[in-house]
Ligand binder design. Structure first.
Ligand code: PAF
Length: 285
């Protein structure tokens, strides 16, 4: 199976327009590469829903608030293209930085707690850069549907909001987190973990599972303390945040909401590697 690679905006735009003019649907999976089974699950979902699938690989400099993180971000083009062929992806959009940013550009969005809390607080500028590139990519590819992982829970909520505010004609589809057999959420950053760190990182999903179990008999505030204690005591883990918020508003919770979802979100450092994860709390389990 071959994958057609577009490096220019005009190429991928024409490809998508021509297909859609013939009445064939295009699904889009934006990525920063270093593809793994989590990305493959997004592509599978897109293949089920749409006639054609295009993936983008672009390590977007404007969403990195730390130059070392950008420099160390894994770039694995040969491996990625092999995976895209094996999964039957139709097209890859692989632009250069000057192609996407002929001039410096970073829009600013303010969606209250959605932009200012958690990732927004700890990674200043990250969401502006992320939303800038996602809007540009969606406008270039103009797919019927675009697919994003729920691991980046706050990112997904913001993309939905941006699409609504900018009236973009695309349906955003959220796809479940894919976990390794032992619970670690799949992430492009996992390849940077050494053997010891890989084991230490299991404290993240272990804590989320424990908190979810204990939600049957504890309130959110007690569980935030519990989650923070568990992660602070875990060897090799440096806690950045552990929070339980309303999944729609990102308002921190003191009680379980009646008809709305609650989500526990976490960010930690394992050595120099920053990992995030989350779990929607199912307090009726
Ligand atoms: O989740 C990612 O990989 C990136 O944030 C995205 C959505 C591709 C934008 O660069």
């Amino acid at each position: 199976m071959s994958v057609v690679v577009f490096e220019k905006i005009t190429g991928v735009r024409r490809w998508s327009e021509d297909l859609q003019a013939k009445g064939e649907s295009v699904g889009f999976v934006p990525t920063m590469g270093a593809l793994h089974q989590g990305h493959m699950s997004l592509i599978d979902r897109a293949k089920d829903a749409c006639d054609h699938v295009v993936v983008s690989i672009f390590v977007n400099p404007t969403q990195f608030n730390n130059s070392e993180d950008l420099a160390n971000y894994p770039r694995t083009y040969d491996h990625d293209i092999g995976l895209l062929k094996s999964v039957g992806c139709d097209a890859l959009f692989y632009p250069s930085i000057p192609e996407m940013y002929p001039k410096p550009e970073k829009k600013h969005w303010d969606f209250g707690l959605l932009t200012s809390s958690l990732e927004g607080f700890y990674r200043p500028g990250h969401f502006d850069g992320m939303l800038t590139i996602v809007q540009k990519l969606l406008e270039i590819v103009s797919p019927k549907q675009a697919f994003f992982g729920e691991k980046d829970f706050q990112q997904l909520a913001l993309i939905r909001k941006m699409v609504e505010v900018e009236s973009l004609p695309v349906e955003i589809v959220g796809c479940p987190i894919v976990r390794e057999h032992d619970g670690l959420a799949m992430s492009s950053r996992n390849v940077r973990l050494n053997e010891k760190q890989r084991i230490e990182a299991l404290a993240i999903s272990r804590t989320l599972r424990r908190v979810n179990e204990e939600s049957a008999f504890s309130n959110p505030q007690e569980l935030v303390r519990r989650g923070m204690d568990l992660l602070s005591d875990a060897p090799g883990v440096r806690l950045e945040y552990f929070a339980i918020v309303n999944a729609a508003t990102f308002q921190p919770l003191t009680e379980w909401p009646e008809n709305e979802e609650a989500v526990a979100l976490v960010a930690v450092y394992i050595g120099e590697i920053r990992l995030i994860d989350n779990m929607v709390i199912n307090k009726k389990r």
